[in-house]
Write a protein that binds this ligand. Structure first.
Ligand SMILES: NC(=O)c1ccc[n+]([C@@H]2O[C@H](COP(=O)([O-])OP(=O)(O)OC[C@H]3O[C@@H](n4cnc5c(N)ncnc54)[C@H](O)[C@@H]3O)[C@@H](O)[C@H]2O)c1
Ligand SMILES: N[C@H](CO)Cc1c[nH]c[nH+]1
Ligand SMILES: [Zn+2]
Length: 415
């Protein structure tokens, strides 16, 4: 199953012209797109969230929400502290000291989607990792409402996650501003975070001008289950990702025909009770799939070919099935493990590869906020032992100057 597809021409062209426009007209282009797409009137005085707005947000957010944000951030730091790369050094076979050093980026951009829902948790699931890695300047971009305001809980979460600047711009124009800079926005070194197809396409087109994390697009979930699974739980997981947007994709794979029927019925029953019913209906009509497979192995093969963003795995022999999954962005193993806990709280970032990209990319991690530098240090012994090998490579590549740079050192050692 190959899900690789180039973006639609219309999206590619729209994004390309937005990027060119921001490159040429800077802030003025940002204000025009904010007016066109987000129905808001912004100028250079209202482009950034102010200290007063942050203070107002802090006062407005309920204590219980602050506690949830703090709990999630603590888990992200716990997870981050374990997955960040550590400096190391060693000595190679010729006696050369070799080392790697990992330092945080100085200035990164994080995109927080804001079109369909204020993704408060995404602030933590990107910014929290930057903060844990020690990035000094964290520039967040998120669209604001027609009143020029950003959701207070989202602002509070951004501040708690270490954001040092917050720009009220969304879409491809925000990515262009972060990558290329404008009169008001200083460019960043790397851009992180999910978004809709315009945001993802802008990251794709600007890679090279700036580094990016991955291309996390519309949410997806795949469930692989056998007859031991609970239909109510599985339907709830499918609907949870289905409510993100009309382009969300939900897939159910099972060895049990009876479970397939029960999950289908349960999805319809629960969907009728949910607040984002219209979005969910569109997903169920356009991007919802059920597969009956003849064995769990066939299901595993389907999962690995599909490379889902999230995989919910409920099978009798959980450990061996888990071990056979190779391409899922995140796995939720066992009946009680639910994607929503990973989306909001557990610790791994919910910023994950979608659209089959799980075969090539992994989810966002703390070490993506680190720059890596290698160090080589040679003493006399290392020079003498390396010289013959370097001479051979230089000879076959016809690069005399390379050879000379080592031989000139070796000759001094011999003296
Ligand atoms: N994979 C992940 O890790 C992950 C995590 C969170 C969210 N998501 C996904 O992120 C997406 C968020 O999308 P969203 O739309 O809610 O918010 P968004 O902030 O990504 O997009 C809103 C912006 O899109 C731009 N836009 C809207 N219509 C446009 C048009 N016709 N032409 C050009 N630009 C236009 C506007 O500038 C607007 O500010 C969802 O699909 C969700 O599933 C993915
Ligand atoms: N499921 C989304 C990633 O695909 C992340 C998210 C944010 N808020 C709720 N869920
Ligand atoms: Zn979600």
């Amino acid at each position: 199953m190959n899900r690789r597809a180039l973006p639609e021409n219309s999206v590619r062209d729209t994004v390309n012209s937005i990027i060119q426009d921001v490159a040429v007209r800077g802030d003025a282009a940002l204000f025009d797109y904010a007016a066109r797409f987000d129905k808001v009137s912004l100028d250079s005085g209202s482009l950034f969230v102010t200290a007063e707005e942050l203070a107002e947000a802090e006062a407005a957010v309920e204590e219980s929400v602050k506690e949830a944000i703090a709990a999630s951030l603590a888990n992200i730091h716990y997870f981050s502290d374990r997955s960040r790369r550590q400096d190391w050094s060693g000595v190679n076979a010729q006696g050369v000291e070799v080392a790697e050093r990992f330092l945080p980026y100085d200035r990164v951009g994080i995109y927080i989607p804001g079109g369909k829902a204020p993704l408060v948790s995404t602030s933590i699931m990107t910014g929290g990792f930057a903060q844990a890695a020690g990035v000094r300047e964290i520039v967040a971009a998120t669209p604001c409402g027609p009143d020029g305001r950003v959701n207070p809980a989202l602002l509070y979460a951004l501040k708690a996650s270490g954001a040092t600047e917050i720009i009220k711009i969304g879409g491809a124009q925000a990515i262009a501003a972060l990558a290329l800079g404008t009169e008001s926005v200083k460019p960043v070194e790397k851009i992180f975070g999910p978004g809709n197809r315009f945001v993802v396409e802008a990251k794709r087109q600007l890679v090279g001008a700036v580094a990016i994390d991955l291309l996390p697009g519309p949410s997806e979930v795949m469930v692989l289950a056998d007859e031991t699974a609970d239909a109510e739980f599985l339907a709830a997981d499918l609907l949870a990702q289905g409510e993100h947007g009309p382009d969300s994709v939900v897939v159910f794979v099972t060895t049990s025909e009876e479970l397939l029927e029960r999950v289908e019925a349960e999805v319809e029953r629960q969907a009728a009770l949910l607040s984002r019913g219209a979005i969910i209906r569109e997903v169920l009509d356009k991007h919802a799939y059920g597969f009956l497979v003849s064995s769990i192995q066939e299901g595993v093969d389907l999962v690995n070919a599909f490379a889902p963003e999230h995989l919910v795995l409920v099978t009798e022999d959980e450990d061996s099935v888990l071990a056979a999954i190779r391409t899922a962005g995140a796995i939720y193993a066992g009946a009680l493990s639910t994607v929503a806990c990973g989306d909001f709280l557990a610790g791994p970032s919910h910023t994950l590869p979608t659209g089959g990209a799980g075969k090539s990319f992994s989810g966002l991690r703390a070490d993506q906020f680190q720059r890596r530098t290698s160090v080589v240090r040679m003493n006399e012994d290392a020079v003498l032992k390396s010289a013959p090998y370097v001479a051979e490579f230089a000879r076959v590549e016809g690069l005399d100057a390379h050879n000379h740079s080592l031989q000139v050192r070796a000759s001094r050692v011999n003296r």
